[in-house]
Design a protein around this ligand. Sequence first.
Ligand SMILES: Nc1nc2c(ncn2[C@@H]2O[C@H](COP(=O)(O)OP(=O)(O)OP(=O)(O)O)[C@@H](O)[C@H]2O)c(=O)[nH]1
Ligand SMILES: [Mg+2]
Length: 317
Amino acid sequence: MAFFAKLKENLKGVKERWSGGLASLFTGEPFDEAFWSELEERLISGDVGVDLSERIVGEMKREAKKRGISTKSELKSVFVSNIADRLAAVEGMGQPFQADDPPLVLLMVGVNGSGKTTSAGKLATQFLRQGKQVVLAAADTFRAAATEQLQIWGERAGVRVVAQKPGSDPAAVAFDAWQATRASSSDVLIVDTAGRLHAKHNLMEELRKIYKVLEREAGARIRTVLVLDAVTGQNGVAQAVTFNQIFPLSAVILSKYDNTAKGGVVLPIACDLKIPIRYIGLGEGIEDLSPFDPVEFASALMDYDAERDAKRGGDSK
Ligand SMILES: Nc1nc2c(ncn2[C@@H]2O[C@H](COP(=O)(O)OP(=O)(O)OP(=O)(O)O)[C@@H](O)[C@H]2O)c(=O)[nH]1
Ligand SMILES: [Mg+2]
């Protein structure tokens, strides 16, 4: 199913979406100064952040002037392009990981409960479908339940899970799993880690250690993946900043997008931190992970179908 259709379907449950309030701003009559401040306010309230919201409104004003746009409905496509172009300008945006120079190593990180294990399971399934051989590493050794959870995903997907007993060194599990990946000539190793508060120094150091072990072995084949709960809002930016200081982040997976009324946090993460959002989580099921599409995201944000509009434009010619 296309990202947009799936997005719409999965978002049905969320009432009073932020995007609804945004889209309703863009109807009909000519716009005035009050329109711009209202737009800026709504962007800020949707977790876009103050600076970036100002910048977006400033650019839209200039664009509207340049093109002689006078109605709010015409501004809609200016808005959608502004958002989509900003996102698309970030290298890797929306691009799923490729395992064409195996083995690809994905290190899943994020705060407690953000969706790391679930996303690891979903990714494993997608790689399997591409005919890739996958190994999962249970490097969340804090809780026995964490390993069990990953093993359930492994069984469901038909993937080998490398684990040790609870309390073992997560870096040692990662190393074991790397060796298993090599020995079995697998294409992808996905390392699940324990959730950690980005403010907890010792836990972040532990993560650095796991990364070092993997980087030593896998070199440039390692990708660091921050799983961010879309519901977290602006705090997601702070999380991304801190994890990005431990090691450069290769990607964000925005999980639980089906649970949030907002989602504007992707903009500061992309535009200010230059971290590509590669996937978006739209539910708890194995199928509910889609590559992030900036154009469809921007359109859905406005509840505005750019393709449909383009067709209409074409019809009227
Ligand atoms: N609705 C929805 N729920 C999700 C999504 N991704 C994960 N979840 C749910 O969020 C909860 C936490 O997910 P986990 O994958 O266990 O999160 P985690 O980051 O591994 O958690 P810890 O290991 O405890 O830090 C589970 O109930 C998942 O089913 C999503 O995209 N949408
Ligand atoms: Mg987990």
